[in-house]
Write a protein that binds this ligand. Structure first.
Ligand code: AKB
Length: 341
């Protein structure tokens, strides 16, 4: 008998680690962690097995199909938006070919286990692309189907990943004589910028938010690469994990879409700096916008309309901005650097 596991890709990344902690706390002992990097030992201890490997390695994925029964995939692996602009073709390989490989693995798995594979895909606010600041201000909180013209490789990859998931869920091999129905139960979330108290993001463009707080807590000066008035939506990491788990648990017949916005608060860079200065009065924060990275943030909406998620699967974040800073970010980040000192 093949061991039944939940596959988490990108397991060593920010969301992957937080997700594994929550899955383990909820009693899932059968997590198969996959990442190109080794996962930290304390996360490894929560998993059934860790595999260090590449999602574009066909041989590795074939081995997974042969060795495991995988009714559920959380596909968190990705190269983020800033990193992807330096190596766009590599980003395409990881973000698109990697996603395609995992969708194909899921179709194969569905045949073996005789049930649809649940496939949870984190998309991003980067899937949007607003043409100019005036339009961004007028658009306010955008709905899922509006302004889908991303300007970054990562945004294009995420938007296409959403479409690939929909294709595999509803139209895969639609001309085949023998139709295979419902091999994949594909569900995607469009996340805003995420802020964790315990890990730092690598290679994103919303990173100025988390970086500002983590620098201040370490007594380090921080120069923001976006203007004071740069505004995008953000979310505290526990809410991101909650959204992944809530969407995963939602009954299929309650879902009216494959892709859902989720968000919790929208802040300008200056407002983030204000929260940080209240907690760390000595914080040295200055603003020296990098025209190109600022340009990316300017194409992302000020806010996301998550009414569909609220209506269909009762999405409700636990943390607004005040609570995120007062109860999650500041105390945990303070503690993190005290312990490290
Ligand atoms: C990034 O900045 O690339 C990510 C994202 C917004 O998805 N944090």
């Amino acid at each position: 008998m093949r061991k039944e596991v939940i596959l988490v890709t990108g397991a060593a990344g920010e969301v992957g680690q937080a997700l594994i902690e929550s899955l383990a706390a909820a009693g899932y002992g059968n997590i198969l962690a996959l990442d190109i990097k080794a996962v930290p030992a304390e996360i490894r201890a929560l998993c059934h097995e860790e595999i260090v490997g590449d999602i574009v390695d066909d041989k590795l994925l074939n081995r997974l199909v042969a060795e495991y029964a995988i009714p559920q995939v959380f596909h968190m692996a990705a190269l983020l938006s800033t990193r992807a602009e330096y190596t766009p073709e590599t980003a395409h390989r990881v973000n698109v070919e990697g996603t395609l490989n995992l969708l194909k693995l899921s179709v194969d798995q569905a045949t073996w286990i005789g049930q649809p594979v649940k496939f949870i895909f984190p998309s991003s606010v980067a899937a949007y692309g607003l043409p100019d600041l005036e339009t961004k201000r007028r658009a306010g909180a955008v709905k899922e189907d509006d302004w889908n013209k991303p300007t970054t490789m990562y945004g294009c990859n995420k938007l296409y990943g959403e479409h690939l998931g929909r294709y595999y869920a509803y139209h895969y091999r639609q001309l085949a004589a023998e139709q295979r129905q419902n091999s994949i139960d594909f569900r995607a979330l469009r996340f805003p910028g995420l802020i964790s108290a315990f890990t730092l993001p690598a290679g994103g463009t919303s990173d100025y938010g988390p970086e500002m707080i983590h620098h201040a807590a370490q007594g380090k000066a921080y120069q923001s690469f976006v203007r004071e008035d740069a505004r995008i939506p953000f979310m505290a990491m526990p809410d991101a994990v909650k959204a992944l788990l809530d969407l995963q648990e939602a009954p299929q017949d309650a879902l009216t879409r494959t892709v859902y916005n989720v968000t919790s608060f929208s802040l300008s860079a200056a407002e983030i700096a204000d929260y940080v200065r209240v907690a760390f009065p000595a914080a040295q924060i200055s603003f020296a916008p990098d025209v190109q990275r600022q340009g990316i943030v300017d194409t992302w909406p000020e806010d996301q309309d998550d009414s569909a998620a609220r209506a269909d699967w009762n999405w409700q974040p636990d943390y607004d901005a005040d609570r995120a800073f007062a109860e999650y970010l500041i105390p945990n980040i303070r503690q993190r650097y005290v312990e490290k000192a």
